[in-house]
Ligand binder design. Structure first.
Ligand SMILES: [Zn+2]
Length: 480
């Protein structure tokens, strides 16, 4: 099962043959949402990228345990709550439920097994902080706890940066830190902020700290509680490599001694708008829900599949419109094949379709097994659907079984991308109308536009079929 999958591992900076730690089983964690505002298209890209990874792993037959955390304790939540005079937890719950609505609509939520909240892992966080203090990897500073990065040799393995370079990232400035890049595991409570208590055993003496966790330790607390000290796959956006994922490795490997903490690290490229990364801080973001008010979620998925997950992707309105036309064309072309008359007279043609279906499934699989190459998989899918349309236009009938087999194979594998998920291709049209659509397309190719227009009129008046010519081919609709 699952043989042949190769993926790019950020940790080793190369394509590797995928081998889970335990045969047939995969534990997969993706950094989830900090719920202080609505999710934007940059988030949609990352979550759809990893949703396709999850779908593909399950398609290969692996038993996948897929979790995505919800960060519901964070500076940004506290700041937003103060601004809007709300309780931070109430604010987090409100945006969490809006986030879940978005994730459901874009076909992501159903494939995630668990969305654990950082709120529910305070004890585990305390346990990890206690271990890191005991082992000398962390130190107390005015009620805060910091991780002493100079104690952890492999700190730059994931990012490939030099320690001197890290000094430039003056993250979490605070007087008294041992190294400029030391990061907070725990922050002492402040007036007007939510706080929790953790109990630590320091040199045999119970010490209570009141405050809240740093961001990075939420993830290792959740994964340690659910997966244990080591697991297979960790995904996230590329900008999380440093410091977030580097800190996760430092925490987990120092606390539990298992190396590598995660076997494969996958990182998704950012989404740009006019060449600049879409982000909350730059205020150039477009909310997922705003896009979904104008375009079907499937169109957004097709657009995102058109770029390899590791690459940067540009977004503009023309690109999503174009994706919409492509999707309509795929449905319309599939519809032509679906409407083909069934019969036993065309043994040779039916055999040919069966063969083409097998070759297509192999080609699609090869593309996806090559580090989830969705643009190539999409090309294979388009080529196959074009073949089916051409077959329907040049053959009178097909074996019912060959037709069903081709359709079900295509739809099953397209579902790993989350596209071609509705049954609109099943719209029935008569054989005459179907042939008129194809004949008109040939006329257009021969630049006989006058005759093509006559047929368009006839399809509209006689068969109630409307046509739209796209760069991919003609899309047809039944008039409502
Ligand atoms: Zn994370």
């Amino acid at each position: 099962m699952g043989g042949g999958l190769r993926l790019y591992n950020t940790l080793t900076r190369q394509l590797e043959e995928f081998q889970p730690l335990e045969t047939g089983k995969i534990r997969f964690f993706v950094c989830g949402q900090t719920v202080y505002d609505d999710a934007h298209l940059g988030h949609a890209k990352a979550y759809i990228n990893f949703d396709i990874v999850a779908r593909w792993l399950r398609h290969l037959g692996y038993t996948l345990h897929y979790i995505q955390n919800i960060t519901d304790i964070d500076d940004k939540i506290i700041i937003r709550a103060k601004e809007s005079h709300k309780d931070p937890t109430a604010l987090a719950r409100e945006f969490e439920s809006r986030f879940m609505e978005d994730m459901e609509k874009i076909g992501v939520k159903k494939n995630v097994d668990q969305y654990p909240r950082s709120h529910d892992y305070i004890d585990e966080i305390g346990f990890q902080i206690g271990l890191l203090l005991k082992k000398g990897y962390a130190y107390l500073l005015d009620g805060d706890v910091y991780y002493n990065v100079s104690k952890f040799e492999d700190y730059t393995n994931l990012s490939g940066m030099k320690l001197e370079e890290l000094e430039k990232h003056r993250i979490e400035p605070k007087a008294g830190k041992k190294n400029p890049y030391d990061f907070a595991l725990w922050k002492a409570s402040k007036e007007g902020e939510p706080s929790w208590k953790i109990s630590l055993d320091l040199n045999g003496k119970e010490t209570i700290l009141e405050g809240r966790p740093g961001w990075h330790i939420e993830d290792t607390a959740i994964t340690h509680a659910i997966f244990g000290p080591q697991y297979d796959l960790h995904g996230g956006a590329i900008e999380l490599i440093f410091p977030h994922h580097s800190n996760e490795i430092a925490q987990a490997e120092a606390a539990f001694g298992k190396k590598p903490f995660v076997k494969y690290w996958l990182h998704a490229g950012v989404l740009n708008i006019k060449g600049v990364k879409m982000s909350k801080s730059l205020r150039n973001f477009i909310k997922i829900r705003d896009v979904l008010s104008s375009y079907p979620a499937e169109t957004l998925r097709l657009l995102i599949c058109s770029t390899h997950y590791r690459k940067e992707m540009d977004y503009d309105e023309n690109l999503i419109k174009n994706a919409g036309r492509k999707l309509s064309y795929l449905y319309a072309a599939l519809g032509i094949f679906y409407n083909m008359r069934e019969g036993a007279s065309n043994k040779e043609g039916s055999e040919q379709i069966k063969k083409e279906t097998t070759l297509f499934v192999d080609a699609f699989t090869k593309a996806m097994n090559d580090d989830f190459n969705t643009p190539q998989a999409l090309t294979e899918l388009t080529i196959m659907i074009n073949k089916l349309r051409e077959f329907a236009e040049t053959n009178n009938e097909i074996d019912a079984e060959a037709k069903t087999h081709a359709l079900s194979s295509i739809l099953k594998i397209a579902d790993t991308l989350g596209i071609l998920t509705n049954e609109s291709y099943k719209t029935e049209i008569s054989t005459i109308a179907m042939h008129l659509i194809s004949y008109r397309e040939r006329l257009r190719q021969d630049k006989k536009f006058g005759e093509a227009d006559t047929i368009r009129e006839r399809l509209k008046n006689e068969f109630k079929i409307l046509l739209e010519d796209t760069e991919y081919g003609t899309v047809w609709y039944k008039e409502q």
